[in-house]
Design a binder for this molecule. Sequence first.
Ligand SMILES: Cc1ncc(COP(=O)(O)O)c(C=O)c1O
Length: 379
Amino acid sequence: MLPNIPSDIRTPAYVLDAAALKRNLETAARVKREAGVKVLLATKAWAMPAAFPLMRDVLDGTTASGEYEARMGREEFGREVHVYAPAYGPGEVERLTAIADHIYFNSPEQIARGLPLVKAAGREVGIRINPGYSNATVGGALYDPCAPCSRFGTTVDEIDQLPWDDIDIFHVHALCESLDNGSVGLIEHVARGFAPYLRRVKAVNFGGGHFMNKPGYDVSKLIAALRAFRAEFGIEVYLEPGAGLVVDTGYLVSTVIGLHHNVKDIAILDASASTHMPDVLEVPYTPTVIGAKEPGALPHSYLLGGKTCMTGDVIGEYSFAEPLVPGSRVVFTDMMQYSFVKNTTFNGTPLPDLAILHEDGRYEVVRTFGYEEFRRRLG
Ligand SMILES: Cc1ncc(COP(=O)(O)O)c(C=O)c1O
């Protein structure tokens, strides 16, 4: 069904559906309430400060991938700020101690250098462990943090080199778009394999990748596993999903700006996979278009492509009930996570507007980006 987006909006535009976000947040609220855990937003997946007021009362804070995201979490979201990076740049840990409450390290080498700074600042110390558990449901090894030779987390071989007396939080992140079997499997795997270490820390963080709002995810199984874990270890538990909080909460609205024919009919859009939907090419996957079906199912089939020079900038092949013409609107669904946080201006392509479709039907553009945005980044 076409969302109730006004017909005269400027495209391309990423549009957050506020009602859908609120529905997703109810799941997080339930997990928190029934399992007694804390839930953070992983801002690497999605960060729209204009929508943070909708989330702040439900979530316990944010988790960042480095200094800039941590600063945004502190300034725009408030509440707890956690941060993890596989390595920190010069001076980054010092600066983070002024921003973040919980600073996580990746390896014996990183923690040896950063620990004194974090302790001196009175902040909490986390360590990311590679639990050797693979369940990523998309992208294979490309999206599996425990893939062979992964740079993420201290391996079991090195775990006893860590200064466990000084570590507050045991962290694992091993999932990607995983359903309840992945979440439960990870929790049980960690409980079985790492009990002596869990008994030495104050908290555990089971990372992201819990796709808790995806149809088919049985939230009650996650809750049961978390409750069992807490009953056994009695420590605080965090989850830090990104995609799982914003799955299916918004759109990328685009317009056909040209037509072409080369064996197949081709429609060129003002949105592009390379610049606005990089996961379409990286994972890869074919996003859903409202009203469209697989090629041949409806009378008019098209390849949809962007206007960049990259030959592979093709979003997919679809069929439509009516022919596409310049000006036709094409709406991609599920375009919040890992979309505009990864945007580029390759080819000078303008960045889409960011907008919110409020529950009362009001369409609010929260940000537009012009030539200056493109120019500024070129020095
Ligand atoms: C350490 C960490 N935490 C949380 C997340 C969020 O994962 P997701 O958006 O799949 O829930 C990621 C994603 O890469 C991550 O690397």
